[in-house]
Design a protein around this ligand. Structure first.
Ligand code: RAM
Length: 329
């Protein structure tokens, strides 16, 4: 072998070793969100980064489509497969549409979990719910009912029609309605987790139902848009806007009285927990029913028969505590 060839061979072998060592050291976990630009997911990403810093050998790729579509997520996932990520943790815009592309990812050895908004069981290894679905369903109705001593009409302003989490919460909310005899659910409308569409849908509700007493939005985008629509229509005190929101985004609505109270779990913890789960499953944790998988400082996730687990209970925010939480998430 010529000296030059020997040097070049050595350089190539060393480069390959460095390349594989770097790959073996850093686990690439992609956090795929419903859409970019949503504060809730940005807070979850903070938690993912916190988990990565704690683990030391993880890179987070925060990504998602520009709007809340399954098509957009499929494109994003195809590109993550091409990049060779180690794990995908997705909040899905549709439980079924993303299954084939996620199956392709799993066939290539990529760990796949869903969190927040679930994927059907055959498209992921586990799903992390923020909280119990039944509890969230009851909470969003109770938040409205608590401020309606005389009962009356409420309407739900949701995200997309295919969103797994909102659809499950709405079903759970409908199931508890018989426990709230004075409350009538007049309509369910969809703002697609887009501010402008949600605002227009809230306006539509106010004109279609002049006696409406509450708009319940189980989405952080929808609740804020509804608060703005009610405020702009001069209906503070007449229509209470409630549901699931971020204290940082909702502080003004609570101060103005447009929102008496609302709830949410800690989105930073949710992103942290999802990252810990993706990491531990990538490292071989079992995902069979009954398995317990560590989520770092949050504790263990226990998988049920559908391969799902829940994180914690939602917390309610109102004038008494909003100041304290609005700078956190
Ligand atoms: C929006 C999204 C998210 C949901 C929250 C409550 O940010 O729809 O999926 O969990 O609201």
């Amino acid at each position: 072998m010529s000296v030059l060839k020997k040097i070049l061979t050595t350089v190539a072998v060393t480069a390959a070793m460095v390349g594989s060592a770097a790959h073996a050291e850093n686990i690439k976990i992609a956090l795929v969100v419903k859409a970019l630009g949503i504060g809730f997911f940005e807070a979850a990403n903070k938690g993912a980064e916190e988990a990565a810093a704690e683990l030391g050998n993880v890179d987070i790729i925060y990504t998602g489509p520009t709007d809340t579509t399954a098509e957009g997520q499929i494109e994003v996932i195809n590109s993550l497969i091409a990049q060779g990520v180690d794990a995908i943790a997705i909040s899905a815009n549709d439980p079924d549409a993303v299954v084939p592309v996620l199956q392709k990812a799993m066939e290539r050895g990529i760990t796949v979990i869903s969190w927040d908004s679930g994927v059907a069981q055959d498209g992921r290894q586990m799903h992390l719910n923020p909280s119990s679905t039944d509890l969230i369903g009851n909470t969003i109705i109770k938040l409205a009912a608590d401020h309606m001593p005389d009962g009356g009409q409420v309407a739900i302003l949701s995200a997309t029609t295919t969103s797994t989490n909102q659809n499950a919460w709405i079903d759970a909310a409908k199931a508890v309605l018989p426990n709230y005899p004075g409350i009538e659910l007049a309509a369910v409308v969809y703002g697609d987790d887009l501010s402008d569409k949600s605002y227009r849908e809230a306006q539509g509700l106010m004109s279609s139902y002049p006696d409406l007493k509450a708009i319940i939005a189980p989405t952080t985008v929808g609740i804020l848009a509804a608060c703005q629509a009610v405020t702009d229509a001069g209906k503070i005190g007449q229509i209470n806007v409630t549901g699931l929101g971020l204290p940082s985004e909702m502080a003004g609505c609570v101060e103005s009285g447009a929102t008496e109270s609302f709830a949410i779990w800690n989105p930073i913890d949710l992103g942290y927990a999802a990252t810990m789960l993706a990491y531990n499953i990538h490292n071989g944790a079992a995902t069979t029913p009954g398995s317990e998988i560590p989520m770092g400082r949050i504790g263990n996730a226990t998988l049920d028969d559908t391969g799902s687990a829940a994180m914690s209970d939602p917390f309610t925010y109102d004038k008494s505590n909003i100041e304290q939480f609005k700078s956190i998430f």
